[in-house]
Ligand binder design. Structure first.
Ligand code: DER
Length: 243
């Protein structure tokens, strides 16, 4: 319950600060914190105005919008977005983040980039100094199925270890839990989770570009120099805002 309260706190604070009557096109992220963003939007009556539309970052996000009675916008119709709010798996001091725990990072990054303002909402577990500190599962990388084996090899040559000390899997193709075979993204692609040593995680922008250039990589779960602000709900009921 402490984590859920922290998620709610972060979400409510971000909506109150960044979603106003003047914002008409709003991007809704994915994951378990974003439902609280939608709760707040509904509570503030911001769904009532039918010319306010909400754009989804994937199947879960779309269902969230529809079930909350928000007006679902067609992503193709809106090249510009006023504000997108999304969760993250970990955030560092410079507001760089690891995303893709939910395998939604491609569409999330499209709506993050298209937004005038992109805001992260997260509980205290995500608040780090350096990426890779709390999120040790590795960087989520969306790859075309045809290329996944080659990308695994290339990532290994870049220094991603096949095993990590904390017992979590090292460099690996993300396999389904209640599904035989690999996880398949909303775009029909596979996800590779690639941990990297701290010295590489200290420069996420450089790592992002090196990974993105590998043939077969569709999108990388590193969001660098994109967030306007990050809201972390804390266990003691306070909110940490980093901008
Ligand atoms: O996959 C993602 O990037 C999602 O935004 C997700 O990982 C956010 O995490 P949450 O479920 O803790 O909000």
């Amino acid at each position: 319950p402490a984590v859920e309260a922290a998620k709610r706190l972060a979400a409510f604070s971000a909506v109150d600060r960044h979603v106003g009557l003047e914002h008409k096109v709003i991007g809704i992220g994915s994951g378990s914190t974003v439902p609280y963003v939608v709760d707040r939007i509904v509570a503030q009556g911001l769904q009532a105005n039918k010319d306010r539309v909400f754009l989804p970052t994937g199947f879960q996000s779309k269902e969230l919008i529809i079930k909350a009675g928000l007006t679902l916008g067609d992503v193709d119709q809106y090249a510009r977005i006023d504000v997108t709010i999304d969760g993250a798996d970990e955030v560092d001091n410079e507001l760089n983040s690891i995303k893709g725990g939910g395998a939604c990072q491609l569409r999330e990054k499209v709506l993050a980039e298209a937004a005038d303002t992109w805001v992260i909402v997260a509980d205290y577990r995500k608040n780090s100094h350096v990426l890779g500190t709390s999120w040790t599962q590795g960087i989520p990388i969306e790859v075309v199925p045809f290329a996944y084996a080659k990308v695994l090899t290339n990532l290994s040559h870049m220094g991603s270890p096949n095993a990590v000390p904390n017992g979590k899997a090292g460099l690996s193709l993300r396999m389904g839990k209640m599904k035989a075979g690999p996880v398949v993204s909303d775009n029909g692609n596979f996800i590779i989770d690639a941990p990297f040593p701290p010295e590489l995680m200290k420069n996420p922008a450089e790592l992002l570009h090196r990974i993105k250039m590998l043939t077969g990589v569709v999108e990388v779960g590193l969001f660098c120099d994109m967030a306007e602000a990050a809201y972390f709900g804390n266990e003691d009921g306070t909110v940490t805002v980093r901008a």
